[in-house]
Design a protein around this ligand. Sequence first.
Ligand SMILES: *Cc1c(COP(=O)(O)O)cnc(C)c1O
Length: 368
Amino acid sequence: MTEESIFPVRKDIAAAEPYGAPHPDVPVRLNVNENPYPPPPEVVESILARVGAAAQGANRYPDRDFLELRSALGDYLLREAAVPNVTADMIWAANGSNEVMLHLMQAFGGPGRRVCSFEPSYSMYPEYARNTFTTWCPGKREADFSLDAGRAIAHIDRTEPTIVLLASPNNPTGASLALPTIEAIAKHVERQAIVVVDEAYAEFRRPGTASAVQLLDKFRHVVVTRTMSKAFAFAGVRLGYLAADPELVGYLRTVRLPYHLSAITQATALAALDHAGLMLAQVTDLRERRDRLAAALTTMGFETAESDANFVLFGRFEDRDAAWNKLLAKGVIVRQVGPPGWLRVSVGTEAETLAFLRALAQIREELQ
Ligand SMILES: *Cc1c(COP(=O)(O)O)cnc(C)c1O
């Protein structure tokens, strides 16, 4: 914050603000893309049982290769993405996909190396780069927030990264990338870069949209990251994971901190995976509500971006900060992200969504 600090802090750290959305305590919280439904009581009971057993062995370090959890995640992923084969040695996990991403940057980025992505996208990416001394080289998405493979490849040729980061569905804009686009980029960077496809919102994708998990068979340098924070309604537990080539996963084992995934986290995630169907029970409803929310916004005269996620980017406001503040005054919090003039709203319960639409209709009159 200040050059006057008595501490020998890095200049780029001193100048930065810690990441995080404001989270005032308001009735309708639609700002961080959480699933609004808590885990059902049966799942909570299973968690208590598994955690109880883990607690009895808590004097020992946890299983540092967590093979039981990796195998359960692999089983889940192969069902979800409808692929024939995802084995435990292809899975890696950590405390949120944020930490998984950090491991990737530690192993494949670093001083003198570059990571590129295409903006607008997830605002954490440049922070992973900064924290690992990797140079951040953002390219641009098209005006409709899609990605043109030819232009993306030209950007990659100019910047020569070792990591290409593609969010699909993208946050904060919402749409998935077409698989042929990812394939074209993957083909181009073989033996030069890894291609990380961040599928944090994959379970919300529209029917008929393929997951990049399907590319793992074809390309050894494609990595797909996922999380239990969003569709899986488990943001509080901090469990993210990825699927990739077993050799690549081996390099992540080298950079992780010893025993980074606690026995309690492993037990909790295993209990939730035992009940994957229950944990994901609301996803169909949330997806349908997202589509109705986008339609309602369009009817009100707003522009919306296509979404395969549990949020909708909408605009445009002459002064989005004013709109954001007026919504907040009515007890509704959304997020100021994305290009100027746009706001992002998460899909909540039916009641929350209606409260948001009502507040928005009111503030629109006030803004005119
Ligand atoms: C929410 C989100 C994540 C997930 O972060 P966790 O650390 O797993 O909670 C990753 N990528 C994107 C684009 C996200 O929006």
